[in-house]
Write a protein that binds this ligand. Structure first.
Ligand code: SF4
Length: 121
């Protein structure tokens, strides 16, 4: 009586199960990230025309940093400081904010809702 074939089959089965679980977990995580990005894009109002002045000032930031993939570093050449939604620090403050994203942000940060601010804005 030999145990080798059974052990090999069991090892083979366990290895395949581990690989399948890894692939499933990766696919699920990828779908979740992709889903979050889609939700953020859908939740991001399209500025048509771009809100300015009082309308822009009256906007209440409602999106979480996680929902829009906010990071505290630039993304390529895109930074919060050059975004139409960026709120520079108030006089006497050093904290920047955003018209869309709740909480303090960095002028050198970035998120998926980034839109180039025009030179006139
Ligand atoms: S990049 Fe995102 S967090 Fe930064 S100002 Fe624009 S909308 Fe706000």
């Amino acid at each position: 009586m030999s145990f080798a074939p059974t052990r090999l089959r069991r090892r083979h089965f366990l290895a395949r199960a581990a690989i399948t679980a890894t692939i499933t977990a990766t696919a699920t995580a990828t779908a979740a990230v992709s889903g979050i990005a889609a939700i953020a894009r859908a939740a991001t109002p399209t500025p048509t025309p771009t809100p300015t002045g009082a309308k822009l000032k009256s906007m209440v930031p409602t999106l979480s940093k996680a929902a829009v993939g906010y990071i505290d570093i630039p993304h390529g050449g895109e930074v919060c400081g050059a975004c139409i939604w960026f709120k520079p620090p108030s006089p006497g403050s050093t904290t920047s904010h955003c018209h869309l994203v709740a909480g303090p942000i960095s002028a050198g940060g970035w998120c998926q809702a980034w839109m180039q601010r025009s030179a006139a804005a």
